[in-house]
Design a protein around this ligand. Structure first.
Ligand code: PXP
Length: 244
């Protein structure tokens, strides 16, 4: 069964809207765990627009399930990850003006910087994953660089207008999963996944983990984090291929 990593960044987004101390993303992580989350994911951005260094530290001390830190391959934040030692680091692209992570990391273009970061993180025992688009050359480069896993960018599927476009995006993901697994990589998925669109993706054989944030945090406003996570977990389990 694919694991569910719950991204709690947007709980911190609400807190930072007032630069106060509530709602606390650490509380959200506790509630997500109680709702059945297999992992907690956070993104320590260079501009600290939502998650702060204090959050990362307290999450490391309190989260009992897999802790996945998303980060750009910069010296500053890689240094923080080396001290923090989350279970997993997912390398993502970062642009200051973007609303959220737009597109995958171009590991081909940034190969030397990414390789350095991967080696430093691997050395201290952290699982390292590359958030990439479902494109053959990105997958092959990720395997050569030494990533343990890839997280396939699912936003093209999530944003598809109509069945034909969604079908093409799903085909791209299917091919990418196949290539990734053949190259010895674990395959994760994330970005833009919601209660409405998770079904066909969860039904694909080969995904080991999904990282989902905005949709779960949005629902948690109305039903609470514990229930929102329970509902997403139930949907993933209901659609997952029987032998996974
Ligand atoms: N995976 C990665 C690598 C991300 O950067 C994000 C967004 O922070 C997510 C998953 C979660 O995306 P969403 O908030 O759209 O569920």
């Amino acid at each position: 069964m694919p694991l569910l990593g719950v991204n709690i960044d947007h709980v911190a987004t609400v807190r930072q809207a007032r630069h106060t101390d509530e709602p606390d993303p650490v509380w959200a992580a506790v509630e997500a765990e109680l709702g059945g989350a297999d992992g907690i994911t956070f993104h320590l951005r260079e501009d600290r627009r939502h998650i702060l260094d204090r959050d990362a530290r307290v999450l490391r001390e309190t989260v009992g399930v897999k802790l996945n830190m998303e980060l750009a391959a910069t010296d500053e934040v890689v240094g923080i990850a080396l001290d923090l030692k989350p279970d997993q680091c997912t390398l993502v692209p970062e642009r200051r003006e973007e609303l959220t992570t737009e597109g995958g990391l171009d590991v081909v273009r940034h190969r030397s910087r990414v390789t350095q970061a991967v080696h430093r993180l691997r050395e201290v025992g952290i699982i390292v994953s590359a958030f990439i688009e479902p494109v053959a050359e990105q997958i092959e480069a990720s395997a050569q660089i030494g990533f343990h896993a890839i997280e396939l960018w699912t936003a093209a599927y999530a944003r598809a207008k109509g069945g034909a476009e969604a079908g093409r995006a799903l085909d791209d993901l299917r091919r990418a999963i196949d290539l990734g697994r053949k190259a010895g990589l674990d395959v994760h998925g994330g970005h833009g996944l919601t209660y409405r669109n998770i079904g066909p993706v969860a039904a694909m054989p080969g995904f080991g983990e999904f990282n989902i944030g905005h949709s779960i945090v949005a629902r948690s406003i109305f039903v609470g984090m514990r229930e929102a996570v329970r509902e997403m977990k139930r949907l993933i389990d209901a659609h997952a291929p029987r032998d996974s």
